[in-house]
Write a protein of this length. Structure first.
Length: 325
């Protein structure tokens, strides 16, 4: 097991290195080098040129950037978006609202998604299953920003039940007030529907397959009722392949929040990347990519480790024949 975990960690670190390298090269190819064209103060221009090695070849600039991250954890300073602000402070200041949005969405997604999938599997081929399947197909097929726009028009603009945009926000604020939560209800709902339906679809497929498996017949032959066999065996076996889907759903929500934050005027991490690219603030864009990629890779790493824990067959490839776990 130790070898398996070590291999997963090494792969995650290598993946992070490759993604950051590609991102740096793409960002360096953008016109408007580090936004220097918009900086009038010659002192600031010289400071940025010296700090990032902008007068050097691209490979030297790349190694300077890596050295700063590895040795000091330095993501640089903003050049155009928030001039001379530390990138780490900018990201941390916007992180609370993004995490709050995804946390509340997760509270809705996991119980409703898994519960809906269980109902669909237990009521397979009935009108209940058919009706819920229609909603699943619709909300999986329709982009999240379309759902958000419809909710804004109907619930906010026409019915005036919720505000169109986020009304209360302060950087680094973790406190949740009722006014702030009320203005976040629409973004939370818009972000949740896709995740709920995705979980429901996968849960229905896994549980429906488990209910028709041979071990269910064996359990009933031993005297268990259909309900007991379902609770003790079918649900238990269907949750094994759902492990990765449950964890990856959080990454799905985090990706969806990029569009939701922009559409509802939420000053979180999503809009930060778009604005950084628009004004060619490369340090902010690279810092954002570093954080977001790390979150994704950590989620994948946790998924791989959990698979290895719950199913020993998965980690067979993680050790050599004859070695101890």
């Amino acid at each position: 097991m130790k070898v398996y975990i070590f291999q997963r960690i090494v792969l995650a670190v290598v993946s992070l290195f490759i993604i950051i390298s590609i991102t740096f090269l793409l960002m360096a190819a953008l016109p408007g080098q580090f936004g220097l064209d918009d900086i009038e103060d010659p002192v600031i221009r010289e400071m940025l040129i010296e700090r990032y090695g902008l007068d050097r070849p691209i490979h030297e600039r790349y190694f300077i950037y890596l050295r700063n991250i590895i040795t000091r954890g330095d993501l640089g300073v903003s050049t155009t978006l928030y001039p001379r602000w530390d990138v780490t402070e900018i990201i941390l200041g916007r992180m609370p609202i993004t995490l709050q949005l995804n946390l509340f969405a997760s509270i809705l997604v996991y119980p409703l998604g898994i519960g809906t999938g269980i109902i669909m599997a237990l009521k397979k081929d009935t009108y209940i299953d058919t009706s819920l399947s229609v909603f699943v197909v619709i909300f999986i097929s329709v982009p999240v920003f379309v759902v958000a726009a419809l909710m804004q028009y109907i619930l906010a603009f026409r019915l005036e039940l919720f505000p169109l945009l986020l009304s209360v926000w302060r950087p680094n604020e973790w406190v949740m007030s009722w006014e702030k939560f009320h203005s976040m209800i629409l973004p939370i709902l818009a972000l949740s529907f896709g995740g709920i339906m995705n979980l429901a679809r996968n849960m229905r497929g896994e549980l429906a397959e488990a209910l028709t498996s041979d071990f269910m017949l064996l359990a009933k032959a031993k005297g268990l009722s259909h309900k007991q066999a379902t609770m003790r065996h079918a649900l238990r076996n269907s949750f094994l392949p759902m492990t990765g889907i449950v964890i990856s759903t959080f990454v799905f929500l985090l990706s969806g929040s990029l569009f939701i934050e922009r559409q509802f005027g939420i000053p979180g991490l999503g809009g930060l990347l778009i604005r950084a690219i628009q004004v060619v603030d490369i340090p902010v864009a690279l810092g954002w990519m570093m954080i977001f990629t790390s979150i994704n890779l950590i989620s994948i790493l946790i998924t791989d480790i959990l698979y290895g824990v719950v199913d020993p067959r998965v980690r067979i490839g993680g050790r050599h024949v004859g070695t101890e776990e």
